[in-house]
Ligand binder design. Structure first.
Ligand SMILES: Nc1ncnc2c1ncn2[C@@H]1O[C@H](COP(=O)(O)OP(=O)(O)OP(=O)(O)O)[C@@H](O)[C@H]1O
Length: 235
């Protein structure tokens, strides 16, 4: 299976402090589902920021869709980012837009005509259980509802990679299962999915998902499953 993301000896240092991420090396196989776990402060959000190109590493090599993401010119970044859907930990919805318009945004930015925007937005709103709240602005939605709008916005354009940072942090267990099922359905259609979570309950929900575990800025890969081809697990 082709790898869609490669990190080689990546390090990240904010300011002049210690490295937040050190010697991080892995490859993500196209079409695979990954969970990223680790204690609070281990560096999960930082790793995801490198992945969705919000942050450049202090050292190492990152290749995304076969291109060198570290030396890439700033003009190329928006086109690369459009191939990814991101669920931010703090949602980042546009406050003056309704739930509907927030979800429609990636499709409109991609230049889809309005008659091709309506159906996917309607379907996504229904999927995340917010059909009745289509016209609500983010400030009038609960935290869990905002999170569901953020998820709908990230997946509506069927991105090649979906990156989600604690996407079930604000919803009840039933909704968490439903959202994970949505990610799994997208994964079955070919999207590579990376979900950072503290929620151990979720980890068993996706058969075949690979685990990435960060421990104080270092990625543990005891089974070698993050290399390609994955190592056989020793009997
Ligand atoms: N912009 C920043 N400037 C300086 N330090 C930062 C910045 N962002 C994160 N850090 C530090 O980097 C470390 C890792 O943070 P990060 O948010 O990546 O961890 P995390 O595993 O996602 O944690 P959590 O599960 O609590 O969200 C922490 O010590 C944090 O204080």
């Amino acid at each position: 299976m082709a790898s869609i993301v490669q990190f080689e000896n990546v390090g990240l240092r904010y300011g002049t402090g210690q490295e937040t991420l050190s010697d991080v090396s892995f490859q993500l196989g196209a079409g695979t589902f990954y969970f990223l776990t680790g204690a609070s402060g281990a560096g999960k959000t930082s790793l995801l920021k490198l992945l969705y190109l919000a942050q450049r590493p202090s050292r190492g090599i990152i290749r995304l869709f076969g291109e060198d993401a570290v030396t890439m010119s700033r003009d190329r970044l928006p086109a690369m980012r459009r191939r990814m859907g991101v669920v931010f930990q703090d949602f980042r919805l546009i406050p003056h837009l309704s739930a509907w318009d927030n979800i429609a945004l990636p499709l409109r930015v991609a230049g889809l005509p309005e008659d091709e925007v309506e159906q996917p937005v309607r379907e996504m709103l229904a999927w995340v259980g917010l059909a009745e709240r289509a016209h609500a602005r983010p400030a009038t939605l609960s935290g869990g509802e905002q999170q569901r709008v953020a998820i709908a916005r990230a997946v509506v354009g069927r991105p090649e990679i979906l990156v989600a940072d604690e996407p079930t942090g604000n919803v009840d267990p039933d909704m968490a299962d439903r959202l994970i099922h949505l990610f799994e359905s997208m994964n079955k259609l070919g999207t590579t999915v990376v979900v950072a979570t503290h929620d151990f309950h979720l980890l068993g929900r996706v058969p075949g998902a690979q685990m990435m575990r960060l421990d104080r800025g270092r990625l543990l890969d005891p089974t070698g499953s993050l290399r390609h081809p994955p190592n056989e697990i020793d009997p």
